[in-house]
Write a protein that binds this ligand. Structure first.
Ligand SMILES: [Zn+2]
Length: 439
């Protein structure tokens, strides 16, 4: 068979008026700058969930995906879904005939109503002064079901924080009843009888992921998922501060920009044997609901790897353009990526802040719970960054050259994955902490 030369191809293409990319289109600082500048602009008011501005951001990303040439996912770039909020309205409790005052009660409930007595199927837990309140509550939350929790008054400060959190309203992907946690501050440590009631208002709203697909040539059923959350905190009035917009330039307009520009890169090179899916997740900041919904609408077994990008806008502690990965001990993904980077004398580092549990603090954890080698990639200097979750997380603080180099490194690092020549080991789900059922 005759060798088909690129020169001939280019000549034919130019005759046909096509622009053939003999070399991969480079990931450019200009393009990176355009995307992040818009996503982090005041115009989008900090991209909070349930705001019109987040929808504007979604259509910007969808339009970028479309113009790049990505295919829609299941015929839509916008993956819309309902989400439910549960706000407690009325609570009352009497213990051994004594009424507990309202400020000493807190309710986290996924039931419309509760009516409990000592004869109900309710689990009772005492949190005494020497008990670990937080971890006890976490376990009950993971178990689900109905719980009355009697808490020693020494835990009042932490109780107040949970109460504020619960009474703000819980957000859940479905409106089925997973159970209720009724918390009471009391000295009572032996219970003969009790009577509890509570009412919860359930409302629904809509959220939107943005998803684009670059179909694979020979291994189309195997997916490499590139993701980043595009939501942030919105606006907040803080006394003595002029700036109310939490722009989230680093968190996570930077990651969103990365997936757009990676999509552009791979659409240009078009040498992916596996299918590449690019997803901008919504509602990460309020509980990772975008990734949870997405993971329920694609078979996890089909996802070969998830490259989740979080806060890559600044030089890392390893230097500009150098990134690190969370949970590197849980799969061999980092070795695969570093095999590809070695020829350029580059490498991806292991997460330098393991005590921060960052593996659990982004959308990758949801897919990891399903066994996907799902990791987050970042450059953030968590212990030093003055702008994290502040109104000052602005485009001016971003090192665009470092960020562009990180995106280039990710393109190179994941090349063997996209071309289907390597497959990372799955994550052992028995070693991944479960998420809560109620809050
Ligand atoms: Zn983030």
């Amino acid at each position: 068979m005759k060798k088909f030369s690129l020169k001939t191809a280019a000549l034919i293409a130019s005759m046909l008026g096509l622009n053939l990319h003999v070399n991969a289109a480079p990931i450019s600082l200009e393009s990176v700058k355009n995307d992040i500048t818009y996503l982090a602009s005041d115009e989008l008011k900090g991209r909070a969930s349930f705001t019109a501005e987040l929808d504007v951001a979604a259509s910007y990303i969808a339009n970028r995906f479309k113009s790049i040439g990505l295919k829609p996912f299941k015929s839509h770039y916008l993956q819309q879904f309902p989400i439910y909020s549960f706000t407690p309205e009325k609570i009352s409790l009497s213990l051994n005939g004594i009424t507990i005052s309202n400020e000493k009660l807190a309710l986290a409930s996924t039931a419309k109503q509760i009516h409990w007595t000592q004869d109900s199927d309710v689990n009772i837990t005492y949190i005494k002064d020497n008990h670990d309140f937080r971890s006890t509550l976490k376990k009950l939350n993971q178990a689900g079901g109905d719980h009355l929790i009697l808490i020693d008054p020494t835990h009042q400060p932490l109780f107040e924080r949970y109460k504020a959190y619960f009474h703000n309203g819980l957000t859940k992907l479905n409106n089925s009843n997973q159970g209720s946690l009724l918390l009471a501050i009391t000295n009572i440590t032996e219970l003969e009888q009790f009577s509890a009631s509570g009412k919860t208002t359930i409302a629904n709203k809509t959220l939107t992921n943005v998803v684009g697909v670059l179909p694979g040539k020979s291994k189309a059923s195997e997916v490499i998922l590139y993701s980043a959350h595009y939501d942030h905190l919105g606006t907040r009035i803080i006394e003595e501060q002029q700036d109310h917009v939490f722009n989230g330039a680093d968190d996570n307009a930077s990651g969103t920009t990365a997936i757009i520009n990676l999509a552009q890169h791979f659409a240009n090179t078009r040498d992916n044997e596996r299918t590449l899916i690019f997803t901008a997740f919504t509602a990460e900041e309020i509980g990772g609901f975008g990734s949870k919904y997405f993971s329920q609408h694609i078979p996890a077994d089909n996802i070969t790897a998830m490259i989740n990008i979080e806060m890559i806008g600044k030089a890392s502690k390893f230097g500009p353009g150098k990134l690190w990965m969370t949970g590197s001990e849980r799969s061999n993904l980092i070795d695969i990526l570093n095999d590809s980077l070695r020829k350029n004398n580059e490498k991806i580092y292991a997460d330098p802040y393991p005590q921060e549990q960052l593996f659990y603090r982004s959308d990758n954890a949801t897919l990891a719970r399903l066994g996907v080698p799902a990791h987050s990639f970042s450059t953030t200097q968590l212990d030093q960054d003055q702008h994290y979750h502040k109104a000052s997380d602005e485009i001016e603080t971003i090192n665009l050259q470092s960020m562009t180099n990180v995106i280039k490194a990710l393109a190179l690092a994941t090349k063997s994955l996209t071309q289907g020549s390597v497959t990372p080991t799955r994550i052992d789900t028995s070693k991944v902490r479960a998420s809560g059922k109620i809050y």
